[in-house]
Design a protein around this ligand. Structure first.
Ligand SMILES: [Zn+2]
Length: 309
């Protein structure tokens, strides 16, 4: 007896229900699009959310017997995945929706390279939900609002250095959702807040601030390689960890470093100590999450608690 197409897919991928549950929890995004498909001749599973907020990242999981590589493209951003994750057996990606995309709908293109040379192109629509980001008024030292002319060159070099590392896409995936919290403190300033420094409107906050005391250990949110250890004008002492496949985390305003550039870290390893270097109102940790060069909200990707009481 021939099994129906749906049954044969379910038999091949019996872990789909668990996976969908995991993804909806991990991504914090809208409901998942239907999981099992058979568009060409080969069955596959594809999990993506139906909708994502602007300034957020979303997880994509693709699984199929006989798929060799997967190329993804979203809003001009491209990712090549050379092999499925040895942990899950799926091709896994995090993709970013820019905070200022302005688009209501994005088109995701997946190109599957099947064993034997055949290629298959799949397209899916992801709708963008406009998030309401708050306005935050802050008072800092005047030199950080209108930096002195001699700081301009330093600021330019800092930006170029940061840009160069956060736009790299290393081929090995070290990340797994959800990420560990870098410090146990509460979030004190949300990603995307439109900030007014000393009465002057500045760029939105491209990170999440956590309450932290001076010298408190700061943990890497996941495994990876340290790709930047540097002192920046605005960010102060900064560490960036590359988690692979275009996912990087940055830790700002540290009082001291605990890693060297090029060092491999495990999830939870101490990369430095919280402080008040750079443009700050007091000691705290600023965490930025970059996905394919785009700064996105790290908060929905983090595990919840334990928290300091
Ligand atoms: Zn911050």
């Amino acid at each position: 007896m021939r099994l129906s197409e749906k049954n044969s897919v379910v038999r091949r991928f019996p872990f789909l229900i668990l996976l969908s549950l995991f993804l909806s929890v991990a991504s914090g995004a809208g409901t998942l699009q239907a999981a099992a498909h058979r568009e060409g001749r080969r069955p596959f599973t594809l999990d993506i959310p139906k909708s994502v907020g602007d300034g957020e990242a979303f997880a994509v999981r693709f699984g199929a017997a006989g798929a060799q590589t997967l190329d993804l493209e979203l809003d001009g951003k491209k990712l090549h995945i050379g092999a499925p994750s040895p942990v899950s057996g799926f091709f896994e990606a995090l993709l970013p929706v820019s905070l200022d995309t302005g688009k209501k709908r994005l088109r995701l293109t997946l190109t599957v390279q099947w064993k034997g040379g055949e290629k298959e192109v799949l397209t899916r629509a992801v709708s963008v939900k406009k998030r309401a980001y708050p306005v935050q008024k802050l008072t800092v030292d005047g030199k950080f609002v209108s930096p002195p002319p001699e700081a301009a060159e330093k600021i330019r070099r800092d930006r170029a250095e940061m840009r160069a590392v956060v736009t790299t896409t290393s081929p090995v995936q070290y990340w797994r959702l959800p990420f560990a919290r870098p410090v146990p403190g509460e979030v004190t300033s949300l990603y995307g807040s439109r900030r007014v420094f000393n009465g002057i409107p500045k760029n939105p906050h491209k990170g999440v601030d956590f309450d932290a005391v001076m010298g408190e250990p700061v943990a890497a949110v996941d495994a990876g390689e340290v790709v930047l250890v540097s002192e920046h004008y605005y960010g102060g002492n900064t560490v960036v960890v590359d988690h692979g496949l275009g996912v990087l985390s940055a830790y700002l305003h540290l009082t001291g470093f605990n890693v060297r550039k090029g060092q491999r870290v495990a999830r939870g390893d101490i990369i430095g100590f919280a402080g008040d270097t750079g443009r700050v109102t007091g000691p705290h940790l600023h965490l930025s999450l970059y996905v394919l060069g785009e700064s996105v909200n790290a908060e929905p990707c983090l595990e919840t608690g334990p928290r300091r009481g």
